[in-house]
Write a protein that binds this ligand. Sequence first.
Ligand SMILES: [Zn+2]
Ligand SMILES: [Zn+2]
Length: 100
Amino acid sequence: MGQSHQDQEFAPNKHGSYGALLFDKRWKDKRSIILTRDLNQCVICGLTDNLQVHHRQYHYLTALKKFKAPWQYSDKTLITLCNSCHQRGHSKFKVPIIKI
Ligand SMILES: [Zn+2]
Ligand SMILES: [Zn+2]
């Protein structure tokens, strides 16, 4: 369940193993900053279990021809969601890809 989500979250990157990046210390640090900021609860329903950090947009670096690493996003593009709100969000909305 967690695994399939992670594949979905970072689906824009077709070139590398984005999944492996989720185990990177830089992502873990970033994730914990966002969770703390959001008081360790889903910003939609307030649930405190199965929390995931969601990217509200993906940034494609045209000069480098690749997506940003997950931890390179500013805090305001990241929000804490519980698993069910997260899955629901992804099924309803497509995450916009911003070319920069
Ligand atoms: Zn929720
Ligand atoms: Zn997401």
